[in-house]
Design a protein around this ligand. Structure first.
Ligand SMILES: CC(=O)N[C@H]1[C@@H](OP(=O)(O)OP(=O)(O)OC[C@H]2O[C@@H](n3ccc(=O)[nH]c3=O)[C@H](O)[C@@H]2O)O[C@H](CO)[C@@H](O)[C@@H]1O[C@H](C)C(=O)N[C@@H](C)C(=O)N[C@H](CCC(=O)O)C(=O)O
Ligand SMILES: Nc1ncnc2c1ncn2[C@@H]1O[C@H](COP(=O)(O)OP(=O)(O)OP(=O)(O)O)[C@@H](O)[C@H]1O
Ligand SMILES: N[C@H](CCC[C@H](N)C(=O)O)C(=O)O
Ligand SMILES: [Mg+2]
Length: 496
């Protein structure tokens, strides 16, 4: 492709220099530039990509996309108003509009995105489809999987991944859409067949500042959905909303497409009733706009009923029958790191879960409480460089539902780990939790070992916050760490 062909996708852009230059790739990181690449200079939150244009030129960049002309760099420059928007538009054009070659189903919400995408992926696969998946744990398609560094990739990477999937003959992509991604325009240019909302509860207030801003960021998903009412229902877009979450009314008002509702407490197009939870699974009855059935999930927790309802709604829209959906949902063992049991034959239960928000922690603890015959011992922490206001709230929740709490490190990142623990402790002391009910143990391995040491027959040890993660971020270090392995070793250890 030539620079002037790409420029045609942005009405207000202007080319300074030779527009006939051939572009063989696009990059936003100067360190990754190779010969023939177009380097987009992104003004970031920490540094400005314009400052790396010379480095990109030295590495063989063919041209630049800039918000201001750089006189000291001798390369053709495409001047645009907003490099982030340009990145989404040019990525989409360069990769030949990949989302028009796939059916893209996106899931947003504070909790439940990964789980819901896995459920949908399973249902689609069982019907002979070839779905790709993009989210927190991994990106996978056509039998291959790749690790992810975040939940939703930058628009340029996303368009590349969607193109890879389309070229590998995937007919679907099921992906998580984070609020950061929506706010930063990472999914701009991506055509969604269905946009799903799970729930909105507190998280990320370091980034979005208020719950209203956070809600509005997620609203961009629904307000941007296509509004064409094709005669063929397979051509239309849909919004799938959780009617039991009050933010859904706001999203319904924002979208131009048909809304499908799901829920438990309120009237809905897809509604569950008669929910019964055991330590082995969750069963419920579901009434939908395409019939009714009973479903026995192998996953525990009322929250997983919501995730299942969201998946059922999206799958029905793909013309998959309720019986087929039921069979797929019942076959799924669960998602790694989500209420995952660590079983070394010990006489108490150990569960690893990814709850890292107040609502997530409350849900998983409530679920555990429902089937725990002995004490609940909770090990958890909060990530550094993330929403600080959730820390005392999570402390209070942990103490409310557990007999004993080990407050420990999650991923401290660049923060002082002790300071994070004492932010959590504030929530304990403010609610009169006495020191015989908790302990602060900075070292996560030691905290897990202590919890397992304390557990006796019929107790449940819940290790929350890191789920599937196989690392711990301390300072700038990425250390090997897996709650499941640490717990297994502790169970097998000399004392048990
Ligand atoms: C706050 C945030 O989202 N930041 C993202 C943003 O970083 P930034 O704006 O600070 O970028 P920057 O470091 O200032 O760099 C600006 C530009 O200079 C370039 N650069 C930089 C250095 C250099 O030597 N050469 C060079 O070209 C960079 O490649 C970039 O294009 O753009 C970067 C490049 O795309 C992202 O990696 C980065 O995500 C950071 C790592 C992050 O932690 N994001 C989290 C908060 C996030 O997005 N999380 C959500 C999950 C939330 C949920 O699950 O609910 C997610 O979707 O992942
Ligand atoms: N529908 C739900 N409502 C509330 N809590 C949930 C729900 N589904 C899962 N959880 C809890 O939240 C944790 C994370 O679930 P999941 O990974 O599916 O969410 P996510 O939205 O993908 O998270 P992330 O923002 O990190 O990508 C689970 O381990 C569980 O404790
Ligand atoms: N997507 C979430 C994941 C949090 C996981 C938790 N282990 C942490 O590191 O805080 C975030 O980036 O805020
Ligand atoms: Mg996720």
């Amino acid at each position: 492709m030539f620079l002037n062909q790409l420029a045609a996708y942005l009405a207000t852009s202007s080319i300074h220099g030779d527009g006939e230059v051939a572009i063989t790739g696009i990059q936003i990181d100067s360190r990754k530039v190779s010969s023939g690449d177009l380097f987009i200079c992104l003004p970031g939150h920490t540094v400005d990509g314009h400052d790396f244009a010379r480095q990109a030129a030295e590495k063989g960049a063919a041209a630049l996309v800039v918000q201001r002309i750089l006189d000291d760099v001798q390369l053709p420059q495409l001047k645009v108003k907003d490099c982030r928007l340009a990145m989404a538009v040019l990525g989409n054009a360069f990769y030949n509009e990949p989302s028009s070659r796939l059916r893209v189903i996106g899931v947003t919400g504070t909790n439940g995105k990964t789980t819901t995408t896995y459920l949908i992926e399973q249902i689609l696969k069982d019907q002979g489809n070839i779905p790709g998946l993009i989210g927190t744990i991994q990106r996978r398609y056509a039998g291959q999987s790749y690790p992810m560094s975040g939940t939703t990739p930058e628009s340029l990477d996303l368009q590349g991944y969607l193109n890879d999937m389309a070229e590998a003959e995937c007919n679907y992509c099921v992906m998580e859409v984070s609020s950061h991604a929506l706010e930063q325009g990472r999914v701009k240019g991506t055509q969604f067949r269905t946009a799903i909302f799970t729930n909105l509860t507190q998280d990320h207030l370091d980034y979005h500042k208020t719950m209203e801003e956070y809600r509005a960021a997620k609203g961009l998903f629904f307000s941007r959905l296509g509004n064409q009412y094709f005669e063929d229902p397979q051509e239309r877009s849909y919004a799938v909303l959780n009617v039991d979450d009050e933010a859904s009314a706001y999203y319904a008002a924002q979208t131009a497409v048909e809304v499908i509702t799901y829920g438990v407490e309120n009237e809905a197009d897809v509604r569950a009733s008669g929910i019964s939870i055991t330590s082995r699974g969750t069963s419920f009855h579901v009434d939908t706009f395409r019939g009714s059935t009973d479903i026995n999930l192998r996953m525990v927790g009322k929250f997983n009923v919501y995730n299942a309802l969201a998946a059922i709604s999206a799958a029905l829209l793909e013309d998959i029958s309720l019986e087929q959906i039921k069979a797929s949902l019942e076959s799924l063992q669960g998602v790694e790191g989500r209420v995952e049991a660590v079983d070394e034959g010990q006489e108490f239960a150990v569960i690893v879960d990814y709850a890292h928000t107040p609502d997530g922690l409350e849900n998983v603890l409530r679920t555990v409480k429902e089937f725990a015959e002995g004490r609940v011992i909770c090990v958890f922490g909060c990530g550094g460089d993330r929403d600080k206001t959730k820390r005392p709230i999570m402390g209070q929740i942990a103490a409310k539902y557990s007999e004993y709490v080990f407050v420990t490190s999650d991923n401290p990142r660049t923060e002082n780990p002790e300071a994070i623990l004492s932010d959590i402790e504030e929530g304990l002391t403010a609610h009169g939790v006495t020191q015989d009910r908790y302990e602060l143990v900075v070292d996560r391995k030691e905290a897990i070992e202590k919890a397992i040491e304390m557990a006796s027959s019929k107790d449940v040890v819940l290790i929350a916050g890191k789920g599937h993660e196989t690392y711990q971020l301390i300072g700038s270090q990425v250390l090997d760490f897996d709650d499941r392995i640490v717990a297994k070793e502790a169970i097998r250890g000399p004392r048990k």
